[in-house]
Design a protein around this ligand. Structure first.
Ligand code: NAP
Length: 492
């Protein structure tokens, strides 16, 4: 009892400490008419807090603040921007316990995963601090002589950054890090379901000495109504979006109006290929990581697990055993490995996809039943013999359901893997080096995990092809998304 009281008072303290207003021009300010909206705990469905509900006019106020700060911020030295990012990295690391609890409360993932995300999020600041110092240029003699080319890179200008609910902190730092490193100001709109982590990050950026107006945060329940006027205002120069392909397409059309630079990190439908020469223990561990990170609510989640027929039953049995052993519960409870899904709609979609697959002949090896009680829980589930025309083979499942599809031959499985409009990430498990490279090169995706189930790393270029997106985040190229190349021709 004493422990549960301590846990409850920790939650109250962490919630009390989060700013709930809009961050505009370096100050926290209420939305027009003091409008607010609730943030709920997906483990209980209960309200955690109320945050400011921005109007379109509030959004424009935030963009004006970003525009006003742009010129001076672009003139800061790389070392000054390095120092800010490293200070923010230090504060994120120092406050990891409270930030993890906050994230678990609003998003549902187990505390250990929230801690993992804060560490990952902080690493984007450390990584891009270094990149700020490495922005380069060039000087060259024109091929015909008689002129010199000076090539330099400049910040794009004020940016609009829109992030999803599934990684409430890391999807933000993956954009804010390179924006600050490049010298860009921004307006950030986090997802309405998980605004608290971004608001806490806003306070960290203030504490880290980021100048007023460089980072502005707008929370709202009217995403389209607030963001479209900003996109079309002619004042912003770039949009960086992480979210669904459906909304990404709407935003690309809006960006055409003023020809904004765009970076789009969109949906996925990742194939996970296990050949019969693979180390099955390694492949099962990889599938657990690729499937169960974030309860399956990840753009990188293994959505279609293709296993060569001779080992399919064995692989599926071992995976089912591991999935069945996972402890499901509120993310804040000790020992929880699988938290609730984000909301009722998210869970209903998983229920529908499983019903569709089983009606078409898939076998349920474990899970598949919604438990009684509060919260949006769904059990770890393994389905074998999922037919290629099942909905879950074509749509993002976004839940803890492993969908296994046996295959016979390499050519056919590569063709099936590529038979999707998406192209974010693929996974391949094999011990044959030639096959590994051959298949990795043929897979139509921006990233391939070879004998590993997680590809995310701040120092690597993350991103997709086809309808999974445009541009890359992280790596040495992530900062280029926030820089314009300028060439100055010099007569000598
Ligand atoms: P979503 O519905 O597209 O929402 C993403 C963000 O866009 C949210 O902040 C949302 O605000 C906002 N938004 C919605 N409609 C908008 C509009 N008309 N104009 C401007 N902004 C708008 O996606 P989600 O359900 O939050 O996130 C899950 C999706 O993100 C999945 O498809 C997943 O694969 C993808 N994702 C991709 C990556 C990647 O790196 N490729 C990473 C993570 C997630 P509200 O919250 O107010 O609706």
């Amino acid at each position: 009892m004493a422990n549960s009281n301590a846990a409850t008072s920790d939650q109250a303290r962490v919630l009390d400490a989060v700013p709930t207003d809009l961050l505009i021009g370096g100050s926290w300010s209420a939305a027009a008419e003091h409008a607010t909206f609730p943030v709920n705990d997906p483990a209980t469905g209960k309200e955690l807090s109320q945050v400011a509900d921005a109007s379109p006019a509030d959004g424009l106020r935030a963009l004006d603040a970003a525009v006003a700060a742009q010129r001076d911020f672009a003139a800061t030295s790389p070392r000054e921007r390095y120092d800010m990012l490293m200070k923010a990295f230090g504060l994120l690391t120092e406050r990891i316990d409270d930030l993890a609890l906050l994230m678990t409360l609003e998003m549902g993932k187990p505390l250990a995963e929230s801690r993992g995300e804060i560490t990952y999020a902080a690493e984007f600041f450390r990584h891009f601090a270094g990149e700020a110092l490495r922005i380069d240029g060039g000087y060259q003699t024109a091929p015909a002589g008689g002129a010199r080319f000076l090539v330099t890179k400049q910040p794009v200008g004020p940016c609009l950054l829109i992030t999803p609910w599934n990684f409430p902190m890391a999807m933000g730092t993956r954009k804010i890090g390179p924006a600050i490193a490049a010298g860009c100001t921004s307006v950030i709109k986090p997802a309405a379901q998980t605004p608290l982590s971004m608001l806490a990050l806003g306070q960290i950026l203030i504490d880290a000495g980021v100048p007023d107006g460089v980072v502005n945060i707008v929370t709202t329940t009217d995403a389209g109504g607030v963001m479209e006027p900003l996109i079309k205002s002619g004042k912003a120069r770039k949009l960086s979006f992480t979210g669904s392909t459906k909304i990404g397409k709407v935003l690309l059309e809006q960006c055409a109006d003023k020809v904004l630079r765009t970076s789009m990190e969109l949906g996925g439908n990742a194939p996970f290929l296990v050949f019969d020469d693979a180390d099955l223990d390694e492949a099962v561990a990889g599938a657990m990581a690729a499937k169960m990170r974030n309860m399956g609510e990840a753009c990188t989640a293994a959505n279609r697990i293709y296993v060569q027929r001779g080992v399919a039953e064995d692989f599926a049995g071992r995976l089912a055993e591991k999935m069945k052993a996972l402890q499901v519960g509120p993310g804040t409870a000790d020992g929880t490995q699988v938290g609730p899904l984000i909301d009722d709609a998210g869970r209903s979609k998983v229920v529908d996809l499983v019903a569709d697959a089983t009606e078409r002949g898939a076998r349920v090896l474990t899970g598949g039943q919604v438990p009684d009680g509060d919260g949006f829980f769904y059990p770890p589930t393994v389905l074998l013999d999922v037919p290629g025309d099942a909905r879950m083979a074509q749509e993002e499942i976004f839940g803890p359901v492993a969908s296994i599809i046996p295959f016979d031959e390499e050519d056919a499985v590569v063709e099936a893997a590529n038979d999707t409009p998406y192209g974010l990430v693929s996974y391949v498990f094999t011990n044959d080096l030639r096959r590994a490279l051959r298949v990795a090169e043929r897979l139509e995706s921006g990233m391939v995990g070879l004998n590993q189930g997680v590809v995310s790393n701040p120092a690597a270029p993350f991103g997709g092809i086809k309808e999974s997106g445009l541009g890359r985040e992280g790596g040495s190229v992530g900062i280029d998304e926030f820089l314009e190349v300028k060439y100055i021709g010099i007569s000598v």
